[in-house]
Structures are given as structure tokens and as C-alpha cells.
Design a protein around this ligand. Sequence first.
Ligand SMILES: NC(=O)c1ccc[n+]([C@@H]2O[C@H](COP(=O)([O-])OP(=O)(O)OC[C@H]3O[C@@H](n4cnc5c(N)ncnc54)[C@H](OP(=O)(O)O)[C@@H]3O)[C@@H](O)[C@H]2O)c1
Length: 279
Amino acid sequence: MDSRTALYGVIGNPIRHSLSPKIHNAAFQKLSINAAYLAFQVDKEFLGLAFEAMRALQIKGLNITLPHKEDAINFVDEVPTDLDRCIGAINTVVNRDGRLLGYNTDVPGFLGALREELQFNPETKSILVLGAGGAARGVVFALAHAGADKIYIFNRTIERAHGLQGYLKTHFPETEVKILHSPEHAKDEKIHLLVNATSCGMRAEDPAAFDLQFLKKEAAVYDLVYSPTETLLLKKAREQGRRHANGLGMLAGQAAISFGLWTGQKEGVRQIMLEALRQ
Ligand SMILES: NC(=O)c1ccc[n+]([C@@H]2O[C@H](COP(=O)([O-])OP(=O)(O)OC[C@H]3O[C@@H](n4cnc5c(N)ncnc54)[C@H](OP(=O)(O)O)[C@@H]3O)[C@@H](O)[C@H]2O)c1
């Protein structure tokens, strides 16, 4: 590092568990880019100041993580893409000579992971999404944008599921969005893919996020959780011989797209990041 080293980072709270510094620094090193990536713990009340600091210190790029993805939109100068504005949450900021541009790379990161790891194209498919939090919002928008025919939402707190359904229908009126009131009701539906976008599975004592006996045997399973690398849901999917993948591919995918927006480097970045994660 020297006086020309470009600075990047991630802001969130908590942040010490974040794998982003590890994977971005691995890519900077491998591609011989004079840059460093740090994790900053930022409280909600200081979010505006963090963006001012980004301008003042000419930090080239930031990732935004929980709990700031939605509020961050208020501090950037522009959100260039329509879809990111509809989602209302950003995870990447690019500093173009003092002008801050916000993006959501979780969406293409998720679709890329489905493509790369499950060879799954959502177009014309029926997909069941577990959860109604920030990650589920990105997932359902991604699926609707990619042409899914039917999206089912199942969430522990049913009111949040209805909220997400309404929000999605406003932006994608042509996509059928149904609330599943109970896992058993999945039995009567032809579901091609189950996506776990809840945090159920992160703790050792968590049950499987869904009872897979209610899904047709061809249905694949994507779990956004990446730590542990095999949740109980994925273990059951593996034992039942279903196509399945954990959230590491999405994590590397969204990070590689952020990296591309900042540096213009795209080739091989996702792979470098995946290798850093697997270590
Ligand atoms: N792979 C990636 O790149 C990636 C990216 C983003 C997020 N994620 C992962 O996605 C997960 C969700 O993140 P988020 O940002 O959406 O969190 P969030 O906004 O806090 O939402 C959490 C969701 O999980 C549900 N939930 C929590 N504990 C549960 C349990 N024990 N049983 C059933 N449902 C439960 C909540 O249901 P209620 O509404 O009932 O509370 C809510 O729907 C996390 O594990 C996160 O690490 C992964």
C-alpha cells in the first residue's frame, strides 16, 4: 500500500462477521490492483456522515449491508437502473468523481448463482420463496424480472408476506404472486424451485426451513444461507437427490458484479472470490 492505494469497503452493523474484505482483497491482490477493502461498523444515526466521508476521503466504492440497504438510497445522487429503484434497496455505491451512484448487485448475483450452480432459468417457472425480509424482496424481484410465471411466498409472519406480495404486484402486475398459508399447501402445486431467503438455518439448533416432503421430487433447492455451508434443509435436499446449492455462489456473484462496477474488471473475478471463500 502507498499514497496511491484506492480505498473500498463495506458498511453495516454488525460487520465483523463479513466475508467481503476477504474476497475483495483476494481479487485486488490476484489482479495486481493497488487497492484495499475494509469493513466499517456504522450506526444508523451516522449513515449520512459515512456517505459524506466517502466523498471527502474519495473512497472509490462501498458495499452496503444490513441494516442500511434501504436507507442508503437516500444518500446517493442517482440509482441508474429502474429495477434497483423498484426494489428500493442498494448494496453497492460507486464514487464517480464525487457523484455517488447506487446499485443492487444482489439481484444479478442471485440469478447468476441459479444459472451457474443449478442450471436453472426462472422463465415460465413456478417458484416458492421462504421469507419476506430484505433478501426475500431482492429474490422475488429478481425472479419476476427474469420472467417467472408464478411466485409463492411463505413466511413465519404472514402480514409481512402480504406486504411483499402487494409490493411486488405493484411493479410486476403480470406475475402471479400467491401466499402459501401452510407448507402442506405446496403439495397441490407444481413448484420447480424452493428458495430459502430466511435466516433459518444459520444457527446450529435451527430446524429445516421447510419440509421437503411437500415438494415434487424434481424441485431444486437454493438456500441463501452460506454459513454453515450445509443447512439442515440442504442436507435433506442432498439426501433426497435434489439439485441444490448454498448461498456462497450468490455471495461471490454479487461481490464480483460490485467489483466490476468499481474497477471495470469482470473476467475471472467470481471464480477468484469463490476460491477465497472456499479456503
Ligand atoms: N448468499 C447471499 O449472498 C445472501 C445475501 C443476502 C442475504 N443472505 C442471507 O439471507 C438470510 C435473510 O437475510 P435478510 O437480509 O432477508 O434478513 P431479514 O430482513 O432480517 O429477514 C429475515 C427473514 O427470515 C425469517 N426468519 C428468521 N428466523 C426464522 C426462523 N427461525 N424460522 C422461520 N423464519 C425465520 C423472518 O421471518 P419473520 O418475518 O417472521 O421474522 C424473515 O422473513 C440471511 O441468512 C442472510 O445471511 C444471503
